[in-house]
Write a protein that binds this ligand. Structure first.
Ligand code: PRP
Ligand code: URA
Length: 213
């Protein structure tokens, strides 16, 4: 895959260790859910190194008064792509407990692999917030592109997208369609199979999170 200015592939040893357990078909639903949350928290920490709205606050230490940067209240909205994105929400909330949550329901048509939208509920004023779209899997990129387009139509200008595993095809598609969106992926896998599943991947993230198969 070519290099894109708006794409960061973490490839971090601690995250990779957790992804190895996540991929394992023997990993239980409980452990899978916990790992997705832990990985999300690690990714959030790094993804929000830049672009978080902050303000200055005066703090009185035991020794003197100083000025400290703090995260601006009500400045971040998490938008999980249903269903699997739900598994990442708590991982962001660990760091930003007051972040509001919008939901976009997208499901891939198993034949065309194109997503269709079945639900969308976003907090008022989202257009002025930093929006973190989360979905564990970025495969063809159809769902990510669609979610980003929906948010842009509602006026959102500051959007980041976070996925645990990406396929080169999908990452390139989103990076080229939305060069203004920062894309963060923990690991880049080899390719997609004929059914649009990521190889080696981890299977169907939604089914593994919610035990639907
Ligand atoms: C999965 C996954 C992504 C999408 C990625 O969701 O959680 O949303 O596929 O594929 P794409 O990049 O090719 O669009 P799915 O449509 O299976 O729905 P689910 O989360 O309800 O299982
Ligand atoms: N969605 C998943 O859950 N897994 C894949 O490999 C591709 C899309």
């Amino acid at each position: 895959m070519k290099n894109y200015d708006n794409v960061t592939i973490f490839n971090h040893p601690l995250i990779n260790h957790k992804i190895a357990i996540l991929r394992d078909e023997k990993t239980s639903m409980k452990e899978f859910r916990e790992l997705i949350e832990e990985i999300t928290t690690l990714m959030t920490f790094e993804s929000l190194k830049e672009g978080v709205p902050t303000i200055e606050r005066e703090v009185k230490t035991p020794l003197e008064v100083c000025t400290q940067q703090v995260v601006k209240d009500n400045s971040i909205v998490i938008v999980p792509i249903l269903r699997a994105g739900l598994g990442m929400v708590n991982g962001v909330h660990v760091l930003f407990p007051s972040a509001r949550v919008g939901h976009i329901g997208l499901c891939r048509n198993e034949e065309t692999l194109e997503p269709y939208e079945y639900y969308c509920k976003l907090p008022d004023g989202i257009e002025d917030k930093l929006v973190m779209i989360v979905d564990p899997m970025l495969a063809t990129g159809g769902s990510a592109c669609d979610a980003i387009t929906q948010l842009k139509k509602r006026g959102c200008k500051n959007i980041k997208f976070m996925a645990v595993i990406g396929a080169p095809e999908g990452v390139s598609r989103v990076a080229e369609a939305h060069p203004d969106v920062q894309i963060f992926v923990s690991t880049l896998d080899r390719c997609l199979n004929e059914n649009g599943y990521i190889l080696p991947g981890l299977g169907d993230a939604g089914d593994r999170l919610f035990g639907t198969k």
